[in-house]
Design a protein around this ligand. Structure first.
Ligand SMILES: Cc1cc2nc3c(=O)[nH]c(=O)nc-3n(C[C@H](O)[C@H](O)[C@H](O)COP(=O)(O)O)c2cc1C
Length: 190
């Protein structure tokens, strides 16, 4: 697959086939993408917690799903069967935040190529989840859910979604998750 197609396929997935477990071997394969990706000054300050056990329930309760939707997150049976928690030993500065973005996107693309899907989460209480995970001084800076997708996510041109330019994602009557993207003429400055 062309890298651009893989990027387009790598969408935020929030509903999963919860019964399809993600093995530790697969999580380690996905984590390898974060190991080899670039980082500011090659300092490699990120640490990862790979989770596919009962701690999934703990993480699920602490993260906020899709705040643009009127939705409390996936029902039992569609919850993430695994997570990769990106951890840092200090509040992320700008370089560390960029490092996290690179690592997260690389891992999500690797997961997508393997037929899995994922979503990044920044909406959680770092102190509370950090205490629950018990890896101090490393605290969670980004949570990534991983699993077999159980939803359809479609990219749309923003103009086809809403004339008023609102970029909020939404669900249509089939339950498809639609994600408006701005056109090239807006993205690229003249
Ligand atoms: C830094 C970052 C933080 C995010 N945090 C959350 C979050 O807390 N909860 C959530 O449901 N989605 C979260 N997302 C996913 C975005 O909502 C998603 O990327 C956006 O809706 C566009 O969809 P797409 O990823 O399929 O293009 C986050 C994405 C990024 C890049």
């Amino acid at each position: 697959m062309k890298v651009l197609n893989l990027i387009a396929k790598t969408r935020s997935i929030r509903r999963y086939k919860e019964s399809e477990k993600v093995s530790m071997k697969m999580l380690e394969y996905i984590a390898e993408a974060a190991r080899v990706v670039g980082s500011a000054g090659n300092r490699q300050r990120l640490r990862l917690l790979l989770v596919n056990d009962e701690r999934c329930d703990t993480i699920f309760k602490e993260i906020k799903f899709a705040s643009a939707l009127d939705w409390n997150g996936p029902e039992e049976g569609q919850r993430p069967p695994a997570y990769i928690v990106v951890m840092t030993d200090s509040e992320p500065d700008t370089n560390l935040a960029i490092d996290m973005g690179l690592a997260a996107q690389a891992m999500l693309m690797t997961a997508t190529e393997e037929g899995l899907g994922g979503c990044m989460f920044r909406s959680f209480d770092r102190e509370k989840l950090g205490k629950l995970l018990g890896k101090e001084p490393y605290m969670p800076a980004l949570v990534i859910s991983i699993g077999t997708p159980d939803e359809v996510v479609v990219l749309q041109d923003a103009k086809d979604v809403r004339p008023d330019g609102n970029l909020n994602y939404y669900r249509n009557s089939y339950g498809y998750h639609l994600v408006p993207k701005i056109p090239m003429s807006t993205l690229v400055l003249k």
